[in-house]
Design a protein around this ligand. Structure first.
Ligand code: HEC
Length: 264
């Protein structure tokens, strides 16, 4: 028997080893939701450090996008969409980092993109969009007894995905006009977006309804509203679990109160 015949057989363990490695590699590439580990960090991706930066810098200024004036037809993720997701979905017991129902965490751009399984330009292929538009009320998010998200929000999410599901920012610094504030045009949009998920008219948090003028008057008059949004000592910082409102939004609300909290 010639010993060098052994070479084909001795290489077969190598082939098997190679196949196992390949299988492990393929399994790791599977396009499933990324599962958070117990302390809420997302595993299996290289964006953890970015995530941490975003948590420290709640203004979202860690993006390298050059600031340009806001375009009314563009969806700016952190300004327009994230507050709605935080207020309606990232609740304790639902999609905050600790609960992460179904592995879905809706607290930051990276988490929404990955765990919401967003496919840019394809709302129909994006799990998040499918979940909010499902015709079966038992499968739809948010689940009953919460109602379907308003059409305006659903179409904003659709537009965001159609525009590439990016994390765009724009320069709002010159746009803060606080003359003659109107409840319906200036205040309601801010409160609806950032507070409505918890302070809507059905079982509002803390008994405070912020989606109507009547409900907003009490906390406006008592100082709770401004105390909470400006994170003053002695008040619960609002929006709970979300980023602080921008300076312009806080001045807008303050100006509306100074101008008599009108129902206009
Ligand atoms: C994720 C849910 C959630 C969101 C979003 C939220 N709140 Fe609250 N808010 C609560 C809860 C719960 C309470 C009652 C417990 C407490 O005071 O911490 C509360 C209490 C308050 C209070 C009373 C605070 C105090 O110290 O007396 C005010 C005022 C308030 N919220 C305003 C707002 C405003 C304005 C927004 C939006 C900018 C907002 N909240 C967004 C959950 C929320």
């Amino acid at each position: 028997m010639k010993w060098n015949n052994a070479s084909p057989t001795s290489s077969s363990p190598l082939i098997i080893w190679g196949m196992i490695t390949l299988m492990v590699f393929l399994a790791a590439c599977k396009h499933d939701p990324v599962w958070p580990d117990p302390d809420g960090q997302v595993q299996g991706n290289d964006t953890i450090s970015q995530d941490t930066t975003q948590q420290n810098d709640t203004t979202g200024n860690d993006t390298t996008v050059v600031m340009h004036p806001c375009d009314p037809d563009t969806v700016y993720f952190e300004r327009d969409l994230l507050p709605i997701l935080v207020s309606n979905c990232a609740l304790s017991g639902c999609h905050d980092a600790n609960t992460a129902q179904d592995g879905v965490v809706l607290t930051s751009y990276d988490n929404v993109f990955q765990t919401g399984d967003i496919e840019p330009f394809r709302p129909d292929k994006s799990d998040l969009y499918e979940a909010i538009t499902d015709n079966d009320p038992d499968k739809r998010m948010p689940p009953p007894p919460r109602s379907r998200l308003p059409d305006s929000v659903i179409s904003m999410i659709q537009t965001w995905i159609n525009q590439g599901a990016q994390n765009l920012t724009c320069d709002e610094s010159n746009a803060c006009d606080t003359v003659n504030m109107s409840f319906s045009q200036d205040i309601q949009p801010i409160l609806g977006t950032h507070c409505g998920g918890c302070h809507g008219s059905s079982s509002p948090s803390g008994g405070i309804t912020l989606t109507t003028h009547a409900g907003t008057l009490g906390p406006a008059a008592s100082g709770q509203l401004v105390g909470a949004i400006s994170h003053s000592p002695g008040f619960s910082a609002m929006p709970q679990g979300g980023s602080k409102l921008s300076d312009c939004q806080i001045s807008t609300i303050q100006a509306w109160i100074d101008q008599g909290s009108k129902d206009n």
